[in-house]
Design a protein around this ligand. Sequence first.
Ligand code: NAD
Length: 279
Amino acid sequence: MSLLNSLFPGVAVVTGAGGTDPLTQESSVGIGAAVARAFAAAGCEKIAITDVNPSTLEQTRQSVAADHPKVQLFSHAGSVAEDRFAQSFIDQVVKKFGRVDYAVNCAGVLGLPMRSAETSLEEFDRVNNINYRGCWLSSRAQLKQMVSQKPLPSHDPNRPPQRGAVVNIASQLGIVSRPNAPAYCASKSAIIGLSRADAIDYSADGIRVNCVCPGVIETPLVMEKKEVREAITPAVEIAPMKRMGKPEEVADAVLFLCSTQASFVQGHAMVVDGGYITV
Ligand SMILES: NC(=O)c1ccc[n+]([C@@H]2O[C@H](COP(=O)([O-])OP(=O)(O)OC[C@H]3O[C@@H](n4cnc5c(N)ncnc54)[C@H](O)[C@@H]3O)[C@@H](O)[C@H]2O)c1
């Protein structure tokens, strides 16, 4: 039986948490915003969120605060592609909350639709600097903190305590590719490789590192632009479930991987795609 009131007694950190669509007033939220909301709904009382977009980040903060007034929220805008910001954000979270237990790296961008020969170096670097390098910079700062802290007990006294859990958001396009997206697909494959490598290196520290590979999810990233909506339609038709996923469906997978219920899940790439990669 659980000795804890919540599966999440520790501190959650979410990057890319500003995906609250200003046009649709939250009818479409990003995966990071959905993860922040899911942590609050699951009883996590210390949540830190960041995003490069200060106004949508503030919308996420207000939405979580309105629904969960007991939650202590720390919110600070900046770019995960900047080494100094990625580290200073975690330093500020530790100053405020004392530790980092569940780190979810959602910040990401799509690339321009082009084959490699037409892709500029600037475009390749833009996508990789945010998606892959930004994920590494964020998780490096998170792991540095996690190794230095005492573990928290598991929800199940028969299982080992947990010093921390990192969940990186990759994509189904890190496993299979699609036309005209070389930089994006490669950036997401790199996140899967990074998560596996960190899982190996941090197992002995009681830290788990996994990633989630979403399929087509109804978020501002895909809903805001007509050309993106049109480009993803074939992928929705190919997937056996023939619909877009909800950000909340991805958030549920993320929370499972962060929790001590996933105590023996390590270096895994969990696909949440309505069956897309199976066909
Ligand atoms: N929506 C999908 O279909 C889908 C599918 C697979 C993977 N993903 C991945 O899920 C993650 C979340 O995407 P989403 O669909 O929720 O989109 P989203 O646009 O709603 O969320 C991404 C967030 O990242 C933020 N961001 C962009 N650059 C940043 C930077 N330099 N520093 C900090 N934050 C930055 C954006 O402002 C945005 O709020 C991304 O990594 C994306 O690649 C999305």
